[in-house]
Design a protein. Structure first.
Length: 330
């Protein structure tokens, strides 16, 4: 038995191994989509330091992403979360290192860094070739997220000037796909009108049908202001409700506040806030993970059916479903 999202994950892995990863190239504009482009995905989009890595780590409940100033994510990271039976120890695997299990998540961070440098050199360029990482844990929901380089306004020293444009076209090439769910990360302590994530997602999804607005840094807003107008959909309306998040601050990270404590604090922030307690049931990273898993499941179901028409040679199988699980793939 295999979950539907697990099946999509295996197809995504196969695409990368066969050199089909969309890229910022022309394939997106050709009339026949590649298999990669037809598969459903959740893509994390936002400006630098908007909180993308923090949101991903909160969803996973683990500290494993490289951090630092400048453009840290320089290759797409396809992050597949796989829920295991209770009491199984968390571990991670990379597609490029088959059969090597990582239980030390600081080594996962190091491997992402090394693998990024291998493809991009140390001159901080970007590459469209994705890194595939799967995390197995009883504490995650089945979900696949793609982390992309943060949108930026200026190249820093040593980086080619074109990097600003290259990042934007890489992000655009991913979110153009009609089966892509856009996780548009916007920090609450910045004017929403200046949000890079919203600007770009509006371009490719003007009705906001596949965009999920995520508002980070709610704890850092100016005293006397709040984000209720955004979270209730009055300031900027999307088809799906906005989700507010409170991640760990830099001081929390420096003080090694663990993810369990951080989630608990996030929960308390919403439950006890005068401004947000009425919205507490649909705020926070745990809620966001469950919501995305559900949306991705239904999108995957529709997509696989369509793929079997578009790629009959590859999809020579019959599938029997029962409560979200694939019973038989023949
Ligand atoms: N206080 C607070 N700090 C946050 C929040 N989200 C992110 N940060 C901090 O903002 C900085 C940038 O976050 P990061 O996740 O690395 O952003 P990225 O560049 O978009 O991946 C880090 O120092 C985080 O600790 C939040 O909700 N509250
Ligand atoms: Mg980051």
């Amino acid at each position: 038995m295999e979950s539907l999202i697990g099946l999509v994950n295996r197809l995504q892995n196969a695409c990368t191994l066969l050199g089909d990863y969309g890229s910022a190239g022309d394939s997106v504009f050709s009339s026949v989509p590649t298999l990669w482009e037809s598969l459903p995905s959740v893509v994390v989009v936002g400006g630098q330091s908007s909180g993308k890595s923090s949101v991903l780590e909160s969803i996973v409940g683990r500290d494993f992403l490289p951090r630092g100033s400048g453009i840290v994510t320089r290759r797409p990271l396809v992050l597949q979360l796989h829920k295991t039976e209770p009491r199984v120890e968390d571990y991670a695997e990379f597609l490029h290192l088959p059969k090597q299990r990582f239980t030390d998540f600081s080594m996962v961070r190091k491997e992402i860094q090394d693998e990024t440098d291998k493809m991009t050199g140390t001159n901080r360029r970007i590459s469209p070739v994705p890194i595939h990482l799967t995390i197995y844990s009883p504490n995650v929901v089945n979900l696949t997220l793609i982390d992309l380089p943060g949108l930026t306004k200026v190249a820093i020293e040593g980086q080619p000037e074109a990097i600003v444009r290259d990042i934007e076209s890489m992000v655009r090439s991913y979110i153009l796909k009609p089966n892509c769910i856009i996780l548009a990360i916007t920090p609450a302590n910045q004017d929403i009108a200046t949000s890079d994530a919203i600007k770009l997602s509006k371009e490719v999804d003007p009705l906001g049908e596949r965009t999920f607005g995520v508002l980070t840094k709610l704890d850092l807003m100016d005293k006397g202001t709040n984000a209720v107008d955004i979270l209730e959909g009055r300031a900027y309306q999307l088809r799906h409700p906005w989700v507010g998040i409170v991640n760990r601050s830099q001081a929390d990270i420096n003080n090694k506040v663990d993810m369990v404590a951080a989630r608990q604090r996030e929960h308390e922030f919403f439950a006890t806030s005068l401004d947000y307690s009425h919205l507490a049931g649909r705020m926070g990273s745990e809620y966001l993970a469950k919501l995305l898993s559900k949306v991705l499941f239904f999108l995957s179901l529709g997509c696989l059916m369509k793929c079997s028409l578009l790629f009959p040679k590859i999809f020579q199988f019959r599938v029997q479903f029962s409560f979200g699980r694939i019973l038989h793939v023949i």
